[in-house]
Design a binder for this molecule. Structure first.
Ligand code: NAP
Ligand code: ZN
Ligand code: ZN
Length: 350
């Protein structure tokens, strides 16, 4: 067994603190990665506080992992010691179901193995995430971090980046399309950057007037304060699709009205409580309310390469692991610009 050090929540109501736990030894097709940076996703907070009702404790979150390969199993062909690599939200899947065969491992019919909160396929028990010093992952679920990319700023691409890239591609963001992004947090700011880079007319909806300038700097053609009814009404029936990244339950009806006939509201935010759904804005214009979960492994690599080609990464505030509980409180107040990235070297001093 590989003994690891990490930060975990002991229960839904206690702060995260230092723990030690076991990971499997490096198997023939595994790599061991020394974790250098791990982004802080709002999902980490939902999970640590058991807001999705499946958390086992101690709960060690983190699925925006960047690090370097320190050991490779005998049959590893894709990576070598010293390579800069990433791990996102998945560390395994069945690989044979129709979803896996299509490269949609995130929709694996047998159930993919989450980087945290999953079931460890070799030694059993829960998987532990990236708020830790190292991780062992099958090479097929490891990504190449493009040469020259800033590692702290690359980490959030592994979840926030792919979670927006995948629906933007699936619903066809590009020139001539008008796309909305709701919420300027970790996911939302990647959505604005990516939609802009894909050539779509990009509109950011925010509840925070203080974020208007940043929204434009990040690539939005227009920023709309969603409480401004007159401004919202100017966009009635004009969007091809809108992606909702908000982490809390909210009224989506005002946004449905802004979507064209046959357009879609794509839910990526995963709030603790259900959303109320008004049906008339759906049926009167044949609009869809749909959702999207992260992305498959091949698409995640495509996203990283797209980001490298467009010189895109996340805007990060680098923190030591000792500030993680404070970071969660700031995230709840929408006070993140625009993703925390944990410098994992700080774990040694914890
Ligand atoms: P985040 O950084 O906290 O950003 C969420 C943003 O939503 C905030 O910055 C804020 O933006 C807005 N917001 C927050 N509370 C609000 C409220 N009560 N009403 C209206 N707007 C509100 O979170 P994140 O890491 O981007 O994650 C967002 C959600 O996506 C979480 O639920 C997370 O679990 C989920 N997620 C889903 C997937 C997936 O695969 N589908 C992947 C990763 C994360 P403004 O200040 O601009 O309004
Ligand atoms: Zn995430
Ligand atoms: Zn599968």
């Amino acid at each position: 067994m590989l003994v690891c050090t990490g930060f975990a929540a002991p229960s839904a109501t206690e702060p995260l603190g230092k723990i030690s736990f076991n990971r499997r030894d490096v198997g023939a097709k595994d790599v061991q990665i020394e974790i250098l940076f791990c982004g802080v996703c709002h999902s980490d907070l939902h999970f640590a506080r058991n807001e999705w009702n499946f958390t086992e404790y101690p709960a060690c979150p983190g699925h925006e992992i960047v690090g370097k390969v320190v050991k490779a199993g005998a049959e590893v062909t894709k990576f070598k010691v010293g390579d800069k690599v990433g791990v996102g939200c998945l560390v395994d899947s069945c690989r044979v179901c129709p979803a896996c065969v299509e490269g949609l491992e995130q929709y694996c019919i047998k159930g993919q193995v989450g980087t945290y909160g999953g079931t460890e396929p070799v030694i059993g028990g829960p998987t532990f995430g990236g708020y830790s010093d190292s991780i062992v992952v099958d090479q097929d679920f490891v990504l190449r971090v493009p040469e020259g990319m800033d590692l702290a700023a690359a980490a959030p691409l592994l979840c926030a980046g792919i979670t927006l890239y995948s629906p933007l591609r699936h619903w066809g963001a590009g020139p001539g399309k008008k796309i909305g992004i709701i919420g300027l947090g970790g996911l939302g700011h990647m959505g604005v950057k990516l939609a802009h880079a894909m050539g779509a007319t990009t509109v950011l909806f925010t509840t925070s007037p203080s974020k208007v300038e940043d929204g434009k700097r990040l690539g939005a053609d227009l920023v709309v304060i969603s409480s401004d009814t007159a401004e919202m009404e100017k966009h009635t029936e004009s969007f091809d699709f809108i992606i909702n990244t908000v982490s809390a339950a909210m009224d989506i009806s005002v946004f449905l009205e802004l979507i064209k006939r046959d357009g879609a509201l794509v839910q990526v935010g995963a709030p603790e409580h259900p959303l109320p759904v008004p049906v008339f804005p759906l049926l009167m214009k044949r609009r869809s309310l749909t959702g999207s979960a992260i992305g498959g492994i091949a698409e995640t690599q495509e996203m990283l390469d797209f980001c490298a080609a467009h010189r895109l990464t996340a805007d990060v505030e680098v923190i030591p692991i000792q500030k993680i509980n404070e970071a969660y409180e700031r995230m709840l107040k929408s006070d993140v610009k625009y993703r925390f990235s944990i410098d994992m070297a700080s774990l040694k001093a914890a």
